[in-house]
Ligand binder design. Structure first.
Ligand code: SF4
Ligand code: SF4
Length: 163
């Protein structure tokens, strides 16, 4: 969804949003039940995931270093995400945007940690969110409220839901 904003080559070199420190485990992607069903047993990707309430469970930290990162089960270090678009979580397709609950109101916010976008969104990203993408995310969250995260300091609000 953000292919007009994100450069494929930058993402290929980065992969930051597909690896998680312990403190970022709240951010691991959420999968809908039918995809969990498919990916939690032998499947076409040759990788079986472990899930809890739709959220992928990662493990395998080898040190006590809080900065240590563990890749998502479905990240190939050379090819990137191995999932087809239809199996990729909505959460991942809208990154670095997040839908969040701030004081009881839904907002679309930008995570400050994507090196391609930076902490301040470009006008192109703001336009994309305000001219359709934001409404699409709000609409998706109506049927998938589990993707709504509690607002955290540092996330920059781009759009507030008005209806
Ligand atoms: S953090 Fe940003 S630049 Fe890095 S892979 Fe994710 S979307 Fe691409
Ligand atoms: S599902 Fe794919 S895009 Fe999402 S975190 Fe895992 S590897 Fe990255």
């Amino acid at each position: 969804m953000l292919s007009s904003i994100l450069s494929k080559s930058s993402c290929a070199a980065c992969k930051f949003c597909c690896s998680f420190r312990r403190q970022s485990l709240w951010e691991t992607p959420l999968f809908p039940p039918e995809v969990v069903e498919k990916l939690s047993k032998p499947n076409e990707y040759g990788v079986v995931g472990e899930f809890c309430d739709g959220q992928i469970i990662l493990g395998g930290y080898k040190t006590g270093d809080p900065e240590e990162e563990v890749p998502c089960t479905f990240l190939d270090p050379h090819k990137g995400c191995i999932l087809k678009p239809e199996d990729k979580p909505f959460d991942c397709s809208i990154w670095p945007l997040r839908i969040m609950n701030k004081d009881g109101k839904l907002v679309i916010a930008l995570t400050p940690t994507c090196p391609s976008v930076g902490a301040v969104p470009s006008q192109a990203l703001v336009n994309l969110v305000k001219n359709g993408l934001g409404d699409k995310i709000f609409e998706y969250a109506k049927t998938h409220p589990e993707i709504i995260k509690e607002y955290r300091e540092g996330f920059l609000i781009i759009l507030k839901r008005t209806k």
